[in-house]
Design a protein around this ligand. Structure first.
Ligand SMILES: Cc1cc2nc3c(=O)[nH]c(=O)nc-3n(C[C@H](O)[C@H](O)[C@H](O)COP(=O)(O)O)c2cc1C
Length: 219
């Protein structure tokens, strides 16, 4: 499986088995985290064998069970922090899927308290990771045409980009963004809502994977 295939097989999984992450899997994930932190100026960390963040009322209410590992999505405050967290977090989600793991983005239904933080850092959300009891199920998507606008006829690469965007996870499945092709460039903007900028970063990664970075430029 490659990252593009992972886009279509990934669904949020909230129930996990007690199978631990093997040492080589942890090493591989930490290698990717190091690369993405350097690229995006972020401080993402993988936390393993820590069930406390998902053992309270909120996690139970959210339908989570067996979560013992998660990516803590951390960075120093800056204007584009949320979008970068979305973009690089989704890279980790898709890489995890490729490795046979399951994930779920979680901004609300967990407890922040057990996550170790340093001064000046901001924890935006976490992403649970582990071996799922199931593979989740596809979400309902808004029609592709309602998520984008095109000057003239829609090029095939743009349509493919939008097909990948429709698969992107978003907070409460809100899909509140608009992709516009104008003057040969693609503009992606959020229409607001909770976690909207994280959602936008996730969706932009999906667009790049579907459309092919060589076919367009961001406006
Ligand atoms: C930024 C973000 C935050 C999320 N927060 C939560 C959460 O707090 N609790 C939860 O159960 N799911 C959460 N989700 C998962 C979404 O509900 C899920 O991605 C969406 O319903 C689409 O389903 P899918 O991921 O299976 O495609 C979050 C997703 C994103 C992208």
């Amino acid at each position: 499986m490659d990252m593009k295939e992972a886009v279509f097989s990934r669904h949020s999984v909230r129930k996990y088995t007690d199978k631990k992450l093997p040492g080589e899997v942890i090493e591989k994930l930490n290698g990717l985290i190091e690369e993405y932190n350097a690229e995006g100026g972020l401080s993402i960390r993988l936390v393993t064998d820590e069930p406390k963040s998902f053992s309270g009322f909120m996690a139970h209410y959210g339908g989570f069970s067996g979560v013992a590992n998660y990516f803590a999505m951390i960075g120093a405050p800056k204007e584009d922090l949320d979008e970068l967290i979305g973009y690089y977090g989704e890279k980790l989600v898709l890489a995890s899927q490729e490795m046979g793991l399951n994930t779920c983005w979680v901004a609300l239904t967990y407890s922040k308290r057990p996550v170790a933080m340093e001064r000046g850092e901001k924890l935006l959300c976490v992403i649970s990771v582990g071996y799922g009891e199931n593979q989740g199920k596809p979400h309902r998507s808004k029609p592709l045409s309602s998520l984008c606008r095109c000057e003239g006829e829609m090029p095939e690469w743009f349509r493919r980009g939008m097909e990948f965007v429709c698969q992107a996870p978003t907070a409460m499945n809100q899909q509140r963004f608009l992709f516009t092709l104008s003057g040969g460039k693609v503009n992606a903007r959020s229409k607001g809502g909770s976690c909207a900028k994280i959602d936008l970063g996730i969706a932009k990664l999906h667009f790049e994977l579907g459309a092919g970075k060589e076919n367009f430029e961001w406006a």
